[in-house]
Design a protein around this ligand. Structure first.
Ligand SMILES: Cc1cc2nc3c(=O)[nH]c(=O)nc-3n(C[C@H](O)[C@H](O)[C@H](O)COP(=O)(O)OP(=O)(O)OC[C@H]3O[C@@H](n4cnc5c(N)ncnc54)[C@H](O)[C@@H]3O)c2cc1C
Length: 392
């Protein structure tokens, strides 16, 4: 059997290894446009490769995969994050689970993963053709019994040109996982400030995310913002990255925030408001919020009355910012959109209209929040395709 894999990235190389193990007498040709296979894997996780997640902080797959959760449920029944752990361990890669549920190689070196894949492909007899860009997958289908497309994501339609001539539904690609630019906000002067438990949302939408928030010199970043950028990737693209961001600096409801403020006020009536604040709010941020709530810097807790209390609780749970543009999250960025999931059979990942054509990885309309979920998707889909082809 002759099998072509288009794209020597995470999904493509993983699939090629598993294909050749199952079908040793088959020809597996991997075509890679770039000079080096697995170039992106080499820079994942800041060069450390966050290759999966324990999924312990995830209550539903939709939380991790804003696009493709149902497909992921299906492919995980064939190859899950636990299988990923076992697979790499069996291959001699010691893994570590961090407190934040992210999994890395103990070597903290993504090149260990790259070199492992290259050596396995070499040993098994997978032919990797680097520097060869496939211009037409349709032509490849005439030459090979099966073609696996693992060309990854691309924020522009140009990255999907090799699929022209095929009868496929496409979802317009837009970027996901980015930081928020707040060019008009003085909060940028608090760059470096981190608040551990925030809740962020976009006004007039249901998009909401929880987690730590980082103030940067251009606006806001951190896990809560990155998750929100992922959930709202398409909405934000369509709005030209103009939206109203609502920040709850406490992660708690208004009633609880009111109670906390009342206690502080009761315990410190003669003290300055700026000097006594909820424990989770850093001092610099509190000073900024007090001023934004139009409470005088020399006001004491006993002086601000219910009006002042209302202003403070309102700013803590409903602080408003005008989002104007997105920044780049250098650690990771992925594409929302690509080949529509309606094109494929969820069980096998084979294309419904083109038998023998398979898709795996970010080329599909599947993407995740940060934390190792994107690579997990690539391993699981790559594995699923290898099983599907070998079972044919
Ligand atoms: C900086 C950065 C850091 C990241 N860190 C993490 C992380 O720590 N954990 C995590 O889970 N995810 C991370 N991601 C996301 C993750 O890397 C991707 O989701 C994953 O690599 C997707 O795998 P893939 O095989 O689908 O695509 P890729 O790994 O992107 O591979 C696709 C390959 O196909 C090739 N190709 C494209 N078109 C053609 C063509 N026409 N002909 C031949 N070859 C072609 C490309 O050159 C590329 O090598 C990160 C992403 C970035 C950009």
């Amino acid at each position: 059997m002759k099998i072509a894999v288009v794209g020597a990235g995470a999904a493509g190389c993983f699939c090629a290894i598993e294909l050749k193990r199952r079908l040793p007498s088959s020809t597996v040709d991997v075509f890679e446009a770039g000079k080096n296979p697995l170039a992106k894997v080499a820079i994942t996780g800041g060069g450390r490769c966050n290759l999966t997640n324990s999924f312990e902080g995830i209550s539903s797959l939709e939380e991790a995969y804003p696009r493709g959760d149902k497909l992921m449920r299906r492919v995980f029944s064939c190859f899950s994050h636990k299988d990923t752990w076992d697979w790499f361990t069996k291959e001699g890669v010691k893994l570590v689970l961090q407190e934040d549920n992210c999994v890395f190689p103990a070597s903290q070196d993504a090149m260990q993963i790259v070199n492992l894949f290259l050596s396995r492909m070499d040993r098994l007899g997978v032919s990797v053709h680097a520097g060869i860009k496939v211009e037409s997958v349709k032509s490849l289908l005439d030459e090979y019994d099966n073609v696996v497309v693992t060309t990854g994501g691309s924020p522009s339609p140009e990255g999907f040109r090799m699929l022209e001539g095929l009868d496929l539904e496409m979802v317009p690609p837009v970027p996901s996982l980015f930081t928020f630019n707040l060019p008009d906000s003085p909060i940028r002067e608090l760059t470096g400030t981190v608040v551990e438990e925030t809740s962020v949302s976009l006004a007039g939408t249901k998009f909401r995310a929880y987690g730590p928030l980082l103030v940067t010199h251009w606006g806001m970043s951190g896990p809560a913002i990155l998750k929100l950028s992922s959930y709202a990737a398409r909405f934000l693209s369509e709005s030209g990255y103009n939206a109203t961001l609502l920040v709850n600096w406490t992660g708690n409801g208004e009633a609880q925030v009111r109670r906390t403020l009342s206690l502080i006020s009761q315990d410190n009536p003669a003290k300055l408001v700026v000097n006594f604040h909820p424990a989770t709010i850093p001092s610099r941020l509190w000073t900024y919020l007090v001023s934004k709530a139009r409470i005088r810097g020399d006001a004491r807790w006993s002086e601000i009355g219910s009006k002042g209390m209302n202003k403070l609780s309102d700013i803590l749970v409903n602080d408003t910012y005008l989002l104007k543009g997105r920044g780049q999250f250098k650690e990771e960025f992925v594409t929302c959109g690509g080949v529509a999931l309606s094109n494929i059979d969820y069980k096998t990942l084979e294309c419904k209209k083109h038998p023998g054509l398979y898709f795996a990885g970010e080329v599909l309309d599947v993407d995740a929040i940060t934390g190792g979920f994107n690579l997990q998707a690539a391993w699981s889909m790559g594995y699923r395709v290898a099983v599907s082809i070998s079972e044919k």
